[in-house]
Design a protein around this ligand. Sequence first.
Ligand code: KIV
Ligand code: ZN
Length: 511
Amino acid sequence: MFTYIAKGDPDMARRRIKVLDTTLRDGEQTPGVALTPEQKLEIARALDDLGVDILEAGAAISSEGERKAIKMISRAGLNAEICSFVRAAKEDIDAALACDVDSVHMVVPTSDIHLKYKLKKTKKEVKEMALNAARYALDHGLIVEFSSEDASRTEPSFLLDILSAAVEEGVQRVCICDTVGVLTYEKSRELFSNLTAKLKVPVSAHCHNDFGMATANTVAAVMGGASEVHVTINGLGERGGNAALEEVVLALSQFYDISTGIKLKLLYSVSNLVEKITGMPVSPTKPIVGENAFTHGAGIHTHGVLAEPSTYEPIPPELVGQHRRLVFGKLSGSHAIESELKKMGLKPTKKQIEEIFNQVKQLGDRGKIVTDTELRAIVDSVLGRGFKETLKLEELTVVSGNRVTPTSSVRIKFGDKEFVESGVGIGPVDAAMNAIRKVVEGTANVRLVEYHVDAISGGTDAMVSVVVKLTDGKRMVTARGTSGDIIMASVQAMLNGVNRLLWDKQLRVKE
Ligand code: KIV
Ligand code: ZN
């Protein structure tokens, strides 16, 4: 356990909270996310390895594909309890039963707004419908988690009444939904304290992030006595999203010593997988799993972190499977640059360091983060090591359009040899990258890890900056290509990165 965060309420310590992950249900409700059954299964396996207790795999009633996915997940032999979302309706429960799930997350709208405008039913009618559905699911051997939708805006006496009746009926758990994220820390703690004191079954918290409060409100719910949290990876979900699994679990463990079954070390890789499969980019500033969560750029910070990481890191990055990154730019300090040069095995003089430092600042002043290749180019020129371009683009052709498969061919000089390769792809950039990758595969063992594109100015004539991250298995480099043509910028970035890796390898051999 990491020790430099003061732990809160000692009474809360040693509790074990259950995690219901709803990435595959509420998370999939994120506009723009639609997963195939195979993709859902891949995420489900990762969530199971991560250690979630309950996996809400989807809503069986929704579609044929959804039923296929839930069945595949139910039959995959996972450790987690597999759950389907259902409305309080026989057809939803039958669909869930047909998918072999262990449990259902049964949603019952309870606020006046939902009753009046959505269900058009009275409280009495809703209660009767809900209890009938709960009985039906229980009679068919399902575990029932009975959820009050819009609970935070529900008349308190009705909320207690319907939840107590569901408990009397035999449901195993109840859930309080802050459907539109209107709780505050204090209100959440109070609401959960009141209900957990009166209900004789475990109570779970389902908080949305409309006001950026979902993590705090979920933690408050646990402080109030909730014993299960509903969360999604990367905080995916409708509108502002759901409470993020990684944030809630870290807050509980680091601030309150409250444990979950989550393997913290897997958080970053699972976040990456979900980002890749859903196509929903994680903001660099996202806590815990964002690219910048453990990145230091400003001189004062890098100096501090190099001296003692805890100066600017509340937890060690390795705890969540992340790593520390130092980036260079106009705010860089000389300590970070010195440390990077040391990592490169170089011992420049004081004067050389000063010169490198000045050039990094100049580049940074032009509004750029300095990539590895740019830093290395500066280092080479200051140390007089003369960078040699190993691969040189001689010719690039790309064919694209609405009636052809995007295809590209490249002619590349490698030393005194010449390579001609072609590639196809889902678009012209992909085709060009694939053609280059074929040349590179034949000459160097280099893998593309990341690809980012930014339009530097607006309009269709914008200058485009492409940054790629490449690795040869030993080293990782970032490299940039800039051009008015996105394909040329991508090709340039790729070749700059490969050339840098090859040149560094030659230097390593010589030194
Ligand atoms: O946010 C919510 O209220 C929900 C329910 C439908 C369970 O996701
Ligand atoms: Zn929700």
